[in-house]
Design a protein around this ligand. Sequence first.
Ligand SMILES: Cc1ncc(COP(=O)(O)O)c(C=O)c1O
Length: 479
Amino acid sequence: MKQTHFSFGDQWLADTIEASMTLSGSNSLRDRDLRHTLHSQTNPALHEQAGPFIIASGEGPYVIDSEGNRYLDAMAGLWCASLGFTNDRLAAAAAKAYDTLGFYHTFGGRASPSAITAAEAVAELVPINDARVFFATSGSEAVETMVKLTWLHFKALGQEGRRKIIARDRAFHGSTIFAASLTGLPHMHREFGLPLDGIVHVSCPDAYRGRHPGETVEDFVTRLANELEETILREGPETIGAFIAEPINAGAGVIVPPDGYFTKIQQILRKYGILFLADEIVCGFGRTGSWFGCDTMGIQPDMMAMAKGMSSSYFPISAVAVGPHIYESVKSINSGKTNFGHGFTNSGHPVGAAIINETIAIYRDMDVVQTVGRLGGRLMRRLQAIGEASSIVGEVRGRGLILGVEIVADKTSGAPPAPELDVLSRIDKYAKAAGIILRPQGNTITFCPPFVIDETQVDTIADVFEESLFKVESELRGA
Ligand SMILES: Cc1ncc(COP(=O)(O)O)c(C=O)c1O
């Protein structure tokens, strides 16, 4: 009988975890983490005091920490594990793929059956006609691929000057140098001397926080559209290649642009021949209640970057879908028998591709659009009712199963909570103690649960959030 990678790994992993689960001693997992790991987006000094939060295993939408506590992760990890943290079908698909072909690539015209099938499946789903799909490994690489393709496209058209990219404040597009530069968050730039030249940021379409006193939502949208046009004219349209946006901005606290925003933005981009790059890394594959955030928000992109939900993050794999006009540019620029000068070792990895294929098959079998609409509608109704009853909820927003509750000092003024009161982290701590993982993002508590939860679990998320919120609210009243 053929030995699979997983049947060997299971026992080894169980023994290793058991052997190292002591909570003290220099060989505990905690101490080994503190000695050897540099954590992403973590304060090192605080981490040395608090120690790691070690997730040892998963069970559907639940994760279990090294002390045996079970949590329903209402953030699907990092907005990604849409099918939860264990899934028999994905595990079987991965095991079969590893047994068949543990690696191959896409350089020099190489392909594998699973990569071909995944490209076809993604191309059929995206709202780009006759799309072609390029695979990469991370969301950041997919974003940077879209930028390089923008430069290539305009070079092919004889418009080499069009190198600038317009991005938006508070957006997150990744951590590699150019993707971090596109990101509109100061802590991603500060100590790295970023952003690079050639990136221009415009306002975040946050109608709750960004409106001037007395300004209507319609006027706010017009102001942002005017800002974009003025920026293009100031920089020179002949210097601008593309505009990049998430359909719904996850990292800024689930900002849903107001009605009409993307219509006006796209009119201006078309007027000046600027490409629309959609960052679907969080929104893609059902999250917003449609297959893609572009469908939900009425965007017709030239290129789309996808990752996370595409494989439910069971493999580090991402993709870029491009329209025929971009593909024709790649072809024409290499008409002198040169190669497309881009690609990653693990582009189109056969195991990652097999996981994409099975993930998409599961989404189809569960009718992801209907499921997310139903569960998301229920969670939204519960959060709205909680928001109405609370004096420190300013706004409840979102689409599908990506939702945010903006916390304020008081509802009437809408003023943000005083930072020294730590209101959001207190809510978060109570929720975690009650077994629900949420995420404070700025002044918003965000919800992005796996799609494999049921109605009862939706209610548990809402109940725990409600209790945590009202506990903090009454502490604030007593303070
Ligand atoms: C919207 C968005 N774009 C890009 C990225 C970058 O993806 P990665 O961390 O895989 O490079 C992320 C990651 O969270 C994201 O949320």
